[in-house]
Design a protein around this ligand. Structure first.
Ligand SMILES: [Zn+2]
Length: 328
């Protein structure tokens, strides 16, 4: 476990509005208490922590960059920016307990519990096409992708529940209800991304629910930061998102756009650990070509299955950590 230090007298970040102000602690003191060495990669801009077989990199340069972190080579957007005040680097308590904690010191399931049933949620459907790029509707490819992931998960011995198997619109609240009624252990939403009139942006983003008290990525300071149902699984949500992002990097070499937080309805209402994968940009010609290709979707599906397998292994109760794996 990681020691968490509360340093009195440090200024908290001041969100524009919200229900609570995040508490900040000294990154240096936290690092020392947890036997990490601290080095500036770039003075007053980028700081590196190494120890326990792990490497963490944080940006303190500016507020727009100060949520970008790298944990053992995987990009992770912090819930709150890193602050730099009077020569001290400060990190939020939320990120220590809900971002870094679950990755470096993963939660485990009770003995005897195994991840068996996966609910796959193919995004959009019916009258909701999702993104449209040329003649390609996102809803078509999320379903084809989900069907491929289902086949591979079944071959690996998992039970699979689908929120839709045809081109129909399923209300968001029904999607999480299907997962709950089926007793699903994990909820995995599959989407593809697009930016109209932008062919450059590419890569994978894996979302999990924003912790209470923090703002979502690109929310523009959303008003409601209260605890919701999905927050009961904050640690496992993050661990699953992290393992999925890592698996995408390993399997596909897609640009790593980072684990991110959002309060999407399906993530808010899920009663089991849940993530939403934006599995590449349809609007990027090279990446779109792959998404529309059945052979490539098999490779993407393998990345999803590997991510789920990694999560299953880590939470099995063996207390295996990222650090211990890195030093094997
Ligand atoms: Zn979508």
């Amino acid at each position: 476990m990681f020691a968490v230090l509360l340093v009195p007298g440090l200024l908290a970040a001041a969100p524009r509005k919200g229900n609570s102000r995040p508490t900040y602690v000294s990154l240096g003191e936290w690092a020392r208490a947890n036997v990490f060495s601290v080095h500036w990669l770039e003075r007053d801009k980028t700081v590196e922590l190494t120890g326990r077989g792990s490497r963490l990199v944080f940006n303190v340069e500016s507020r727009s960059d100060a949520r970008r972190a790298q944990i053992n080579g995987v990009q992770v957007r912090l819930a709150c920016p890193i602050l730099y005040q009077n020569g001290r680097t400060l990190i939020s308590q939320i990120d220590l307990s809900e971002t870094i904690g679950p990755i470096l010191s993963p939660p485990s399931n009770p003995r005897g519990f195994n991840v068996r049933t996966i609910c796959l949620d193919a995004g959009h459907g019916g009258t909701d096409p999702g993104y449209q790029v040329g003649s390609h509707d996102e809803k078509k490819y999320t379903l084809l992708f989900a069907q491929e992931v289902r086949a591979q998960l079944k071959a690996a011995g998992f039970n699979v529940v689908m929120t839709r198997t045809t081109d129909v619109k399923v209300p968001l609240e029904e999607r999480t209800a299907i997962a709950r009624k089926a007793g699903a252990d994990l909820f995995v939403c599959l989407h593809f991304n697009a930016i109209p009139n932008d062919k450059e942006v590419q890569g994978t983003e894996v979302y999990c629910l924003t912790p209470a008290g923090a703002y979502s990525f690109n929310s523009g300071g959303e008003g409601d930061t209260r605890w919701v149902t999905g927050n009961r699984n904050d640690e496992k949500n993050m661990l699953l998102a992290y393992q999925m992002q890592k698996s995408y990097g390993k399997n596909l070499g897609f640009e790593d756009r980072g684990v991110r937080r959002a309060r999407y309805q399906v993530l808010r209402e899920a009663t089991m650990p849940a993530i939403l994968i934006e599995s590449g940009y349809m609007s990027n010609p090279a990446e779109g070509k792959k998404i529309f290709d059945a052979t490539y979707r098999k490779q993407m599906a393998k990345a999803v299955v590997d991510g789920i397998q990694a999560y299953k292994k880590i939470t099995r109760g063996s207390r295996e950590t990222e650090s211990s794996k890195a030093t094997e």
